[in-house]
Write a protein that binds this ligand. Structure first.
Ligand SMILES: CCC(=O)SCCNC(=O)CCNC(=O)[C@H](O)C(C)(C)COP(=O)(O)OP(=O)(O)OC[C@H]1O[C@@H](n2cnc3c(N)ncnc32)[C@H](O)[C@@H]1OP(=O)(O)O
Length: 454
C-alpha cells in the first residue's frame, strides 16, 4: 500500500531538501536525509576528504517531525478518498507501526553513523598524526641541513683562520727577513765603500744596447768594494731603462776582470763579512741575469775568479782570441760564491762544471765553444783590441736586439721565467707576457704586411 502510495512520487526522488529518497534496491522507501547523503557520498567515491564537516544525526523526535511535518510529511499525505475508506483507527495504527519502524531504523542509522564517525575521527587523527610526523620530519631535515651548513661554514672559517695565521706568520717572517736583509745590505754596503777604487761605467746607447765597463785597470779590473756597490746601482738603472734591448759587459783596457780585489778580500776575510759580501754580489748578479735585455760578456784577456762568475750572469759569452775564463777559486781555497757555480752548471752541465771547478780549468775560446761556455769567438782582424772588439760584439748582438724593444724584452722575460720558475708559474708568466705583445704595434704591423717567413 505504501509503495503504491509513493509509486509516482517523483518529488521524493530528488531527495533535495526533503527528508527521504529513492533506494533502487528496495523500491520506494523512506530514507532519512543524512543517510541519502551518505549513500550519495559513498557513490561519489572516496575522493571527499575525511576532514569534511559532519553533523550529529538527527534525534528520533526530529526524525519523526521531519517525516510528518516536513516535505516527507506532505509527501505522506494520502489521497483523501483512501484515508476515509480505511478509517482513522487503521490509519493511526499504520502510522504508529511505521513510526516504530522508522524509530528502529533511526537507531540503526545512528549506530552506523556513530561507527562511521569514529572511523572518520580515527582517519582524521591518523592523517593529522601523519601530517604532523611529515612536518616534524621536514623540520628535522631542515634543522639537519642548517646544522650541516653551520658546520661547513665553521670549518671554512677555521680553515681561513688557519690560512690567515699561516699567511700572517709567513708574511711576518718575510718582513723580518727583508728587514734583516736591508740592514745587512746597508751594513755591507758601508763596509764595501771602505775599499774604494775603480768604477763601473754605464753607457746607454740610442741603439738600445748599453755598455757596462768594469773599470779598474790598475788591478786587472778586479772588483773593489765600491765597484761592487756601483754594480748594484747600475742594475737599478738598467732595470728602469724601458727602451733597452741589449747589454754588453766588458773590462777596461782589453782585459775582462780578475775577480774581487784581493786587498778587500784580505781585509774582510772573516766568514760573516765574507758571507755578506757574497750575498750582496749574488743579489746584484741575479738581477743582471734577470734583466729584460739580451746580455753578453765580451771576454778579452782574463776572466778570473769573480770575473769568471760575472760572465755566467750574462746570457751569452763572446771570447776574443787569446782570452781565458778560469774559475780559480780552488787555487784560492774557495768555491764560487757569487752564484757562479749554480749558473755554470746550467750553462755547461754538471760534468763540465765539475771539470772546470775541480781543476780550475783554463778555458780558452776553442774549449769554450766546445763545452758551450762561449757562444762566439771574435774573428775580426783587430779582434781583442778594445773598441773594435766592442764593435764586433755589438754586431754579433744585433741579430738578437733587432726589432721593437717590447718584443725583445718579452722574449727575454719568458725565457727567464721558463728557466727559473716551476712550470705552472712559468706558464702563467708566459701568458701574462704574451698579453703585452698580442695586438701590439709590432704584431699589428706584421699582420698588415702579410709577413712570409722564408
Ligand atoms: C770571488 C773570489 C775571487 O774573485 S778571488 C780573486 C781571484 N783572482 C785572482 O786571484 C787574480 C790574481 N791575479 C792574477 O792572477 C794576475 O794578476 C792576473 C790577473 C793573471 C794578471 O797577471 P799579470 O798580467 O801578470 O799582471 P799582474 O799580476 O802584474 O797584475 C797587475 C796588477 O794587478 C794586480 N791585481 C791583479 N789581480 C788582482 C786582484 N784580483 N786583486 C787585486 N789586485 C790585483 C796585481 O797585484 C798587480 O798589481 P801591482 O802592479 O803589483 O801593484
Amino acid at each position: 500500500m505504501w509503495n503504491g502510495a509513493f509509486g509516482n512520487g517523483s518529488g521524493l526522488r530528488s531527495g533535495g531538501g526533503g527528508g527521504g529518497g529513492y533506494v533502487p534496491a528496495q523500491g520506494w522507501e523512506f530514507v532519512p536525509c543524512s543517510r541519502v547523503e551518505r549513500e550519495r557520498e559513498r557513490g561519489r567515491g572516496k575522493s571527499r576528504s575525511p576532514l569534511r564537516t559532519f553533523s550529529s544525526p538527527p534525534t528520533v523526535t526530529q526524525f519523526y517531525e521531519q517525516s510528518h511535518c516536513g516535505t516527507v510529511g506532505s509527501s505522506l499525505e494520502l489521497p483523501r478518498g483512501r484515508v476515509r475508506a480505511h478509517g482513522p483507527g487503521t490509519h493511526h495504527s499504520r502510522l504508529k507501526k511505521k513510526f516504530e519502524g522508522l524509530k528502529k531504523r533511526h537507531g540503526q542509522d545512528k549506530e552506523e553513523w556513530i561507527r562511521e564517525k569514529e572511523i572518520l575521527l580515527r582517519q582524521v587523527a591518523e592523517i593529522q598524526g601523519g601530517e604532523n610526523r611529515r612536518i616534524l620530519l621536514d623540520l628535522k631535515t631542515v634543522v639537519e641541513e642548517v646544522q650541516l651548513e653551520v658546520k661547513r661554514e665553521e670549518s671554512k672559517r677555521s680553515e681561513l683562520q688557519l690560512q690567515h695565521t699561516k699567511d700572517t706568520g709567513a708574511w711576518e717572517l718575510e718582513r723580518a727577513e727583508l728587514k734583516c736583509r736591508i740592514a745587512q745590505e746597508k751594513e755591507i754596503r758601508e763596509k764595501l765603500q771602505a775599499f774604494p777604487g775603480g768604477s763601473i761605467d754605464l753607457v746607454k746607447q740610442e741603439s738600445g744596447i748599453a755598455v757596462l765597463t768594469v773599470n779598474n785597470p790598475a788591478r786587472m779590473n778586479a772588483f773593489s768594494g765600491s765597484m761592487m756597490v756601483e754594480l748594484e746601482e747600475r742594475m737599478s738603472q738598467l732595470e728602469e731603462w724601458t727602451e733597452g734591448k741589449g747589454l754588453i759587459i766588458q773590462g777596461a783596457a782589453g782585459t775582462f776582470c780578475s775577480g774581487s780585489d784581493l786587498n778587500a778580500v784580505r781585509a774582510i776575510s772573516n766568514p760573516q763579512d765574507g758571507m755578506k759580501m757574497c750575498m750582496f754580489m749574488q743579489n746584484a748578479l741575479t738581477r743582471l741575469l734577470r734583466l729584460p735585455l739580451f746580455s753578453v760578456a765580451l771576454v778579452e784577456g782574463s776572466a778570473l775568479g769573480g770575473g769568471a762568475e760575472l760572465t755566467t750572469a750574462c746570457d751569452f759569452r763572446l771570447m776574443a782570441p787569446g782570452s781565458v775564463i778560469q774559475f780559480v777559486h780552488k787555487h784560492m781555497g774557495l768555491v764560487p760564491g757569487w752564484g757562479g757555480a749554480a749558473r755554470l752548471v746550467r750553462i755547461v752541465g754538471s760534468q763540465n762544471a765539475l771539470k772546470m771547478l775541480g781543476n780550475a780549468l783554463n778555458v780558452d775560446p776553442e774549449m769554450g765553444l766546445q763545452i758551450g761556455l762561449a757562444d762566439g769567438v771574435l774573428e775580426g782582424p783587430l779582434a781583442g783590441s778594445g773598441a773594435n772588439a766592442l764593435l764586433e760584439a755589438e754586431q754579433w748582438l744585433g741579430c738578437y736586439t733587432k726589432g721593437p724593444s717590447p718584443v725583445i724584452r718579452a722574449i727575454k722575460k719568458v725565457v727567464v721565467s721558463g728557466r727559473e720558475l716551476p712550470l705552472e708559474a712559468a706558464l702563467r708568466t708566459e701568458r701574462d707576457v704574451f698579453g703585452t705583445v698580442w695586438g701590439g704595434p709590432a704584431n699589428l704591423q706584421a699582420l698588415a704586411s702579410k709577413a712570409k717567413h722564408k
